[in-house]
Design a protein around this ligand. Structure first.
Ligand code: IPD
Ligand code: CA
Ligand code: CA
Length: 275
């Protein structure tokens, strides 16, 4: 695995900075809920985005630009062009609110996600969930933490007692194969969850409160959380791995589990797809 060209100190500094602005972003979410009245709009006529998503995205981008002017930034609401992401030596990847539908409905599964990649490999991950009071963080090679305590995957070795999470895309026209996966998987595990924040789902695999997770995503949904999961001992793969995109830039059909159920979950989903 290629390592970062940045020194340990430079990564530590970036982690502390990311944690600081993630807490501030969390305060902005809480305040927006108290104030109410944030605007609701739709991207591509279907994907909910609030004025708070944009305000937090602007805040994170301006903070990072000022502190690290040579680093590149990708963010869901401002800078979405992923071209060159595999080559960038210092790339921040931001989701200002992961769980926008939950945010707008007053549900608690909502997080800000701040990832940092070097040459297509995550080096730092911070996921902060203000309403749940959970803050996850990791630096590559140094373990994963929830509220500053080390975390580990569940260690389960069979799918049958496993709690699995997934999600659905905003585009409702392609749901049939995903519903079919649920129908095949549900009798083979303990239960399924759709909590509404991919970043948090992946962090909950990391802390063992979920055993596995699968979904197709966008880069900003998982950039921080996959490192947190990996550092907590999770196994990461894709149901149909791309020959052309690295593991951490491939957005399709992520499977993230405690290692003992990885093969079984994968096989179950392949069976559901008829492969
Ligand atoms: C969404 C959430 C959701 C997942 C969707 C994502 P957003 O992100 O992570 O859990 O199922 O695929 O788009 O839009 O709330 O940032
Ligand atoms: Ca998201
Ligand atoms: Ca978002």
């Amino acid at each position: 695995m290629s390592s970062s060209p940045l020194s340990h100190e430079a990564l530590q500094h970036r982690l502390r900075f990311a944690e600081k602005i993630a807490l501030q972003a969390g305060q902005m979410m809480k305040q927006a809920r108290v104030d109410g009245g944030f605007e609701r709009n739709y991207k591509n006529h279907q994907e909910l985005v609030t004025s708070t998503d944009k305000e937090i995205d602007n805040f994170l981008c301006s903070q990072l630009q000022a502190a690290f002017p040579d680093d590149r930034i990708l963010s869901e609401e401002n800078i979405t062009d992923t071209q060159g992401a595999a080559e960038a030596p210092a790339l921040w990847i931001l989701d200002p609110i992961d769980g926008t539908v939950n945010f707008a409905h007053g549900q608690p599964h909502v997080a800000v996600s701040i990832g940092f990649y070097s040459h297509g490999v995550p080096q730092i991950g911070v996921v902060h969930a203000p309403f749940l009071e959970e803050s996850f963080s990791a630096i590559r090679g140094q373990g994963a933490y929830r509220n500053n305590q080390p975390i580990h995957v569940s260690g389960l070795t069979h799918l049958r007692p496993a709690l699995i999470a997934s999600g659905f895309p905003y585009d409702k026209t392609q749901l049939a194969p995903l519903i079919n996966r649920l129908a095949v998987l549900l009798p083979q595990c303990q239960d399924l969850r759709r909590c509404g924040s991919a970043a948090l789902d992946i962090c909950h695999v990391a802390d063992g409160s979920l055993d596995g997770y699968y979904e197709s995503l966008s880069l900003w949904d998982f950039a921080a959380a996959v490192l947190i999961a990996e550092e907590a001992g999770a196994q990461l793969s894709h149901l149909y791995p791309s020959d052309f995109v690295g593991l951490y830039l491939d957005t399709r059909d992520w499977i993230i589990t405690t290692p003992g159920i990885h093969h079984e979950l994968k096989q179950c989903l392949l069976d559901a797809d008829g492969d």
